[in-house]
Ligand binder design. Structure first.
Ligand SMILES: Nc1ncnc2c1ncn2[C@@H]1O[C@H](COP(=O)(O)OP(=O)(O)OP(=O)(O)O)[C@@H](O)[C@H]1O
Ligand SMILES: [Mg+2]
Length: 332
């Protein structure tokens, strides 16, 4: 089964082609819109939707040509339909519906979070996915922890109560420290060559669920340090050190509480060098990290989980809608 995956939930247009029988990635193409949004230091939804529309058909043609396939060779069309920027989602969804009708192939709508959750296992057969596992999606919009028991069986066990970690990196890195957009990779680069001392950040207190997190206080403390004249290189490196230490301390508590020995990390921030290093040094847990090229948004992860969802639940109707929210974002 040749599966097409289309991703347009935010500011990356992703096309993936995945051979579901051989569990092999055939094509992986992403067009990033960073150049368009960088002058605004954030994603402008209307520009994002228009930019997806301009490139999506070109990328689709290119992906097929790259692997010598014809449109009719595609057996299943998978597309992200939630959560995300509604205009952006509609571009991918409408393009996919058009293909589904024209090629007479089934359509499967995919949750973007579900696609991230399974991205560390791209290339794995179902029997090699280590259920149950703890999944952490750490991205620009989410820092969410799931207990994953099977395809389609997820329990949200903890989440950030305010900013996502990627969002905190972006706001501090781009808006306060003026390092570039998005801030996360710039902060990471600084951290990697930084050899000095760190300033400390106070960990926030969260009420009720002790596994939940909060990152907005780190931002406020970063502003305070910046106004006090702390060197911005030192500040950027310290922010990465303290937020990652904080996140990993939560991960350790959750693993212990749920007695889970498999951990899967995903989302853009899973590319972070210090986070990867710390996670890989955890004891008594098998860690699964996505290949760096599948950490940020891409179509391959949509094709991968879409294939399993199609096998388990069948196709979606052609009038399937797009949603800015996902049930996976909130506790039941
Ligand atoms: N090396 C890195 N270190 C820290 N953060 C990083 C790194 N590389 C990317 N990021 C961050 O990852 C985020 C983008 O990830 P991703 O594309 O998964 O998010 P998104 O799709 O915008 O949000 P979501 O998946 O929550 O809807 C940005 O916040 C970016 O700064
Ligand atoms: Mg994402």
């Amino acid at each position: 089964m040749i599966v097409l995956g289309i991703e347009t939930s935010c500011d990356d247009t992703g096309i993936g082609i995945y051979d579901f029988k051989k569990h092999k990635v055939l094509s992986h193409i992403v067009s990033s819109q960073h150049e368009i949004h960088k002058k605004f230091l954030g994603v402008v939804p209307e520009y994002a939707a228009r930019a997806h529309l301009e490139v999506i058909d070109v990328l689709f043609d290119y992906a097929l040509k790259e692997v010598n396939l014809k449109p009719k060779d595609i057996d299943l069309i998978c597309v992200t339909n939630r959560p995300g920027l509604i205009g952006s989602l509609f571009v991918g969804l409408m393009f996919s519906k058009g293909l589904s009708l024209a090629l007479e192939r089934p359509l499967k709508a995919v949750d973007h979070l579900e696609a991230h959750i399974f991205s560390p296992f791209i290339g794995f057969k179902k029997e090699d996915i280590p259920f149950p596992f703890l999944s952490i999606v750490v991205s620009g919009g989410h820092t969410h922890f799931y207990l994953v028991e099977d395809i389609g069986k997820y329990t949200l066990v903890a989440k950030t109560l305010d900013d996502a970690l990627g969002e905190a990196f972006d706001k501090v890195g781009s808006h306060i420290l003026n390092l570039g957009f998005p801030g996360g990779p710039y902060i990471d680069k600084i951290f990697q060559s930084y050899k000095g001392e760190y300033v400390s950040f106070t960990y926030p207190k969260v009420k009720k669920n002790p596994f939940n997190l909060s990152f907005s206080g780190f931002k406020t403390q970063a502003i305070k340090y910046y106004n006090q004249g702390i060197d911005k290189i030192k500040l950027a490196a310290s922010l990465q050190k303290c937020t990652v230490d904080y996140l990993v301390s939560k991960i350790e508590k959750i693993l212990k509480h749920y007695k889970i020995n498999a951990l899967a990390i995903s989302g853009g921030v899973s590319a972070n060098s210090y986070f990867r290093k710390k996670i890989l040094s955890l004891k008594n847990v098998k860690v699964y990290l996505p290949n760096l090229k599948y950490t940020a948004d891409n179509g391959v992860m949509v094709a991968y989980i879409g294939g399993f969802l199609f096998e388990k639940y069948g196709e979606d109707p052609i009038d399937v809608n797009a949603y800015s929210y996902s049930p996976l974002q909130q506790f039941n």
